[in-house]
Design a protein around this ligand. Sequence first.
Ligand code: PLP
Length: 379
Amino acid sequence: MKAASIVEFVRDTYKTDEFIPLHAPTFNGNEKEYVLETIESTFVSSVGKFVDDFERKIEVYTGTAKAVATVNGTAALHTALYMAGVQRGDLVITQALTFVATCNALYHMGADPIFVDVSPLSLGLCPKAVEEYLDEFAVLTEQGCTHKQTGQRIKAVVPMHTFGHPVELNELVAVCAKWQLSLVEDAAESLGSFYKGKHTGTIGEFGAVSFNGNKIITTGGGGMVLCRTQELGLRTKHVTTTAKVPHPYEFFHDEPGFNYRMPNLNAALGCAQMEVLEGYLSKKRHLAMLYQDLFNNTDFQFIVEPDYACSNYWLNAVMCPDEQTRDEVLAVTNKAGVMTRPIWQLMSRLPMFENALRGDLTHSEFIEKHLVNLPSTPI
Ligand SMILES: *Cc1c(COP(=O)(O)O)cnc(C)c1O
């Protein structure tokens, strides 16, 4: 199969001669009306009915005990790690194959990453690889799970549901229980993705969702912390809103807090986008099936949802037969105005993490060299 036939297919599918982005937001619902309502009411900032409405809508849709809206997905993840009790000097297990925000959040908690391999099926953190790493390098002591060589506490495991495809969560839950680790899901890309009927981000102690402009639905910028219990949720809300103790006029804050609250203006957009989410999901699934047909019986391998999951197919992805073909596909498609992208460079290669601890990264390295993301705006 030639790169030119990918260009042809994408142009036929989107029916346009103009530039085709990787993923663009669409606003065909009540977005204007709700955003205008915040302006007319003057409640554009950190207090307003849309913030509460948006949180309730996410709770109902995902089934989480409590959802707490934040300014962006990175802030949601930062808060989730803080709430999970990650402390300065701790180690946190995550995947090398992820967007940098996952690692930035744990870095700013003062923690260091341990990079473990992904599963070639989900493209997300592999429970077997985590277990093997821990068996070899960790020991349970009084402080909990401890790295044998550095003596640091290993506090949490942060899987990321790559492009919306859920990782094997039951297996990760079991490893975390055995090793006394907190499970925090980076569900930034996976709103609308379910693992064995449960929404991603609701199985760990905390999950973090993003509503950045390129995600399945957007609030401009925004995020959400999904909390497993009501109690954790109330404390999460407290720390994201400067930890102010409610009082009609006094200022008293009972712990160091964040100002991570989502503005009402953004939440208004989110409420309107939630109304169209189901429609986006079915359009995305349809588009993914078209890509799947295109690559059927070729030496390209289209990434499909793992059989235990229902994916949102946020970003379509294909594995090229070799690195040279991958480079050719990227060059030809982008030159023709059809935007495609390689996957992220492994976190373990970035300057700030090049000395980080790591396990075997065979699958991550293979995917890094072969994968291309394809235009995925729902049509
Ligand atoms: C988008 C994304 C984030 C962060 O979201 P922002 O809202 O952009 O801060 C975190 N992790 C992953 C994997 C993402 O794709």
